[in-house]
Design a protein around this ligand. Structure first.
Ligand code: ADP
Ligand code: AMP
Length: 212
């Protein structure tokens, strides 16, 4: 199963990706998680990406294309892939197409999770994350034990780009640079729309219905 999870920041891509990866036994590839791990470790890539991420801007295309070209060639992608947060621009989507042709793993579906903008802001401002990639919400999806990850037990943290200022920038970047991909994938007849404003369980079931 070769899937792209698409949607604005806060739509629920990471939340759904974790469940889908388990259900379909495919790797969850989140470019945001990869970049954050590099920032934490202080790698050359992390140093390059940090400022863009904190400001809520997109990291340059050539950086992301390199990351995804390497990641999709790893052994665990033999069973498929679940992309979350990539592609975010037309050049990234064009580069992806070329990589997928080279490795012969064409996209099956692009799942577009849509949520009204006011709900996105409420979701992002209450989000708490774990280093393992799990995403929670102080009100909408609280962890079982306060401030601890249900999946791995580590302490949760608030992302530095979930501030009001950075969220406004990220939504702007989505509207300007990423939303043209809706038409891009509609023209390729790969796009499937899901109402992301429903509960986490309901959204999961709608996606499963498409994939099954
Ligand atoms: P994305 O990966 O698309 O940026 P996340 O999966 O991190 O989004 O979700 C953003 C926030 O919204 C998190 O705090 C998450 O717990 C919460 N959330 C995700 N899906 C839903 C939903 N269907 N209803 C309410 N809150 C949700
Ligand atoms: P995310 O975790 O998907 O919300 O991504 C967090 C931040 O990482 C984004 O706001 C960007 O700064 C950067 N990022 C993640 N994926 C990409 C991408 N495909 N293209 C450019 N920047 C990205």
């Amino acid at each position: 199963m070769n899937i792209i999870l698409f949607g604005p920041p806060g739509a629920g891509k990471g939340t759904q990706a974790q469940r889908l990866a388990e259900e379909y036994k495919i790797p969850h590839i989140s470019t945001g998680d990869i970049l954050r791990a590099n920032v934490r470790e202080g790698t050359e890539l992390g140093i390059k990406a940090k400022g863009f991420m904190e400001r809520g801007e997109l990291v340059p295309d050539e950086v992301l294309i390199g990351i995804i070209a390497d990641r999709l060639r790893e052994d665990d992608c033999e069973s498929g892939y679940l992309l979350d947060g990539y592609p975010r621009t037309i050049p990234q989507a064009d580069a992806l197409e070329q990589i997928l042709t080279e490795i012969d793993k064409p996209i099956d579906y692009v799942i577009n999770i849509s949520v009204p903008e006011k709900d996105l802001i409420a979701r992002l401002s209450g989000r708490v994350m774990c280093k393992c990639g799990a995403s929670f919400h102080k009100l909408f999806n609280p962890p079982k034990e306060e401030n601890l990850c249900d999946a791995c037990g580590k302490e949760l943290y608030q992302r530095t780009d979930d501030t009001e200022e950075a969220v406004v920038e990220r939504l702007k970047a989505y509207n300007k640079q990423t939303s043209p991909l809706v038409q891009y994938y509609e023209e390729k007849e790969l796009m499937k729309n899901v109402d992301g404003s429903k509960s986490i369980d309901e959204v999961f079931l709608s996606i499963k219905k498409i994939l099954d």
